[in-house]
Design a protein around this ligand. Structure first.
Ligand code: PGA
Length: 249
């Protein structure tokens, strides 16, 4: 059985006071919750939120990580800097990193390998642009991102890996992929993981959907066979909406 994994990506929102307050609200709401839950505040609020989360089961996530352990890398954050703060999951290859900041598969793969080496869990984001969907190459684009992103990742390390399928055209736009369309890509990703690794690894892999997830489309998405979790942006910024998403029925 795959464990449901719901993650909130706060992106470039919230100062430390706001972040601590939201984290505090989530702790009390999720105290008896069985699902796996993660929140990823901006780097500047990680230490503050780590303090608030102490003793709770909510995981602390980071939104990105540099590809090196240390050195002359102005503006970058190393895996050790994250683990030192209590971060246990890092989001890599988010579409905003790929398409706004020009990160390619090779760079993302280096980050993946480095994060896994430092025992971080990763959420590897993949997804096609609108142009790619209209050209009918969504499946190839996503497969290629998965293959390139996971190059050199062992089957054993796959236990630390979650894949998030986030069609770029659905992020922050209010347009969600239909549950059926999303599940088609999720099924394809699982099939690919079975081919790349093993039946067991593929069947155990957790694949999240992301892109305009809201309380009112959560259940429909989560009812699909190959959607095991959600990566939530905008709707993770208020306690009310994120709690409703996590507690969907
Ligand atoms: P959104 O963002 O829920 O605001 O569409 C999702 C994401 O970028 O992970």
């Amino acid at each position: 059985m795959r464990k449901v994994f719901i993650a909130g990506n706060w992106k470039m929102h919230k100062n430390r006071v706001e972040a601590a307050s939201l984290a505090g609200e989530l702790i009390s709401a999720f105290s008896g919750e069985k699902k796996k839950i993660m929140i990823a505040p901006p780097f500047t609020a990680l230490a503050t939120v780590a303090e608030v989360l102490k003793g709770s089961k909510i995981l602390l996530g980071a939104q990105n990580m540099g590809p090196e352990e240390k050195g002359a890398h102005t503006g970058e954050i190393s895996p050790q800097m994250l683990t030192e703060l209590g971060v246990s999951v890092v989001i890599l290859g988010h579409s905003e990193r790929r398409h706004v900041y020009g990160e390619g598969d090779e760079l993302i793969n280096r980050k993946v390998l480095l994060a896994l080496k430092h025992n971080l869990e990763i959420i590897l984001c993949v997804g096609e642009t609108l142009d790619e969907r209209e050209k009918d190459i969504a499946a190839q684009v996503v497969e290629n991102q998965v293959v390139e992103g996971l190059k050199g990742v062992s089957e054993k390390a796959m236990k630390q890996v979650t894949i998030a399928y986030e069609p770029v055209w659905a992020i922050g736009t209010g347009r969600t992929a239909t549950a059926g369309d999303a599940d088609t890509i999720h099924t394809l990703i699982r099939g690919l993981l079975i081919r790349l690794y093993s039946k067991k690894a593929g069947e155990e892999a957790v694949i999240q959907y992301g892109g305009s997830v809201k309380p009112d489309n959560t259940a429909e998405l989560m009812n699909m066979e190959n959607i095991d979790g959600l990566l939530v942006g905008g709707a993770s910024l208020t306690a009310d909406t994120f709690i409703k998403i996590v507690k969907y029925e």
